[in-house]
Design a protein around this ligand. Structure first.
Ligand code: ZN
Length: 276
């Protein structure tokens, strides 16, 4: 996993005493990346032998978990941008050396939302770095991070594996169109017959189609998508889980050489149970 590499790389540098002062982390999953950075901060600061988890009655790790450690500050966009005031407050707090930990650590979530003013305010940290301050800039597109920040950070790519290795956008469009078309449609079986039968020539293409559907539904369930179709907005989370299980079952039928037309009909008939 790339994420593990990022953490290990930074820890290695830490133990060698060659730690950079600021890191730009480009990721496909902002939330997971943020969690990994918190893990890293624990691993650096935990007074016990931290490895993957802290099992001790540990003040530091508990404070980090509760976002109460004074020497750790996370900045999130305030509306559209990260504002200058937020940065000024950060710099005030970090004008003294850390008391309980080795470093003062700041984490900028969505670093591409730093505007010119707030980025300029941060440059002091980056141009005259102090040994006891570490900065993590997390973004999903480093090209959108202001170049004065970008050029002063050590870059890491932090992509996470996804359930489907490559989600093909065209297939995803087909998936959404299909789910929209059969949702609460009394003629769902007819739709299968007229639109879906023979739509893909190869069995492997059907497998990709339902794998993409599986990926999309899981993503919707975990709340990460902004492109939710009516079905996933209206159906209860419990039923979304059941639909996910149904898709997994359908995938098994496809892999075991079942007749595609019959499988599609089975799918729409079972789907009906989950529309409230
Ligand atoms: Zn600990």
């Amino acid at each position: 996993m790339v994420a593990v590499t990022m953490k290990n790389e930074i820890l290695k540098k830490y133990h060698e005493g060659k730690l950079a002062h600021a890191f730009l982390l480009e990721t496909n999953d902002l939330e997971r990346c943020y969690k990994d950075v918190l893990e890293l901060v624990k691993e650096i600061n935990c007074p016990f032998n931290y490895s993957n988890d802290c099992t001790e009655e540990c003040n530091i790790c508990t404070l980090i978990d509760n976002d109460n450690l004074p020497s750790l500050i996370t900045i999130n966009p305030d509306g559209q941008f990260i504002k200058r005031d937020q940065i000024s407050e950060l710099m005030n707090k970090f004008s003294t050396i850390p008391v309980f930990t080795k470093y003062n650590v700041y984490i900028i979530n969505q670093a591409h939302r730093l505007n010119t003013e707030s980025a300029n305010a941060l440059l002091k940290f980056l141009e005259e770095p102090e040994d006891n301050i570490l900065g993590f800039y997390i973004t999903n597109n480093k090209e959108n991070v202001i170049s004065t920040i970008r050029s002063r950070c050590q870059l890491f790519y932090n992509n996470y594996d996804e359930d489907v290795v490559n989600v093909n956008d065209e297939v995803l469009i087909d998936v959404k169109l299909y789910l929209n078309s059969i949702y609460k449609n009394n003629e769902d079986l007819l739709y299968n017959k007229t639109h879906m039968s023979g739509y893909y020539k190869e069995r492997t293409e059907w497998e990709i189609f339902f794998n993409t559907m599986l990926y999309y539904l899981k993503d919707c369930y975990s709340g990460q998508r902004t492109d939710k179709i009516e079905l996933v907005k209206e159906v209860s989370p419990d039923n979304i889980i059941k639909i996910i299980l149904l898709v997994e079952k359908i995938l098994k039928y496809i892999r075991s050489n079942g007749n595609i037309d019959l499988i599609l009909d089975k799918f729409v008939i079972e789907m009906r149970e989950y529309y409230e």
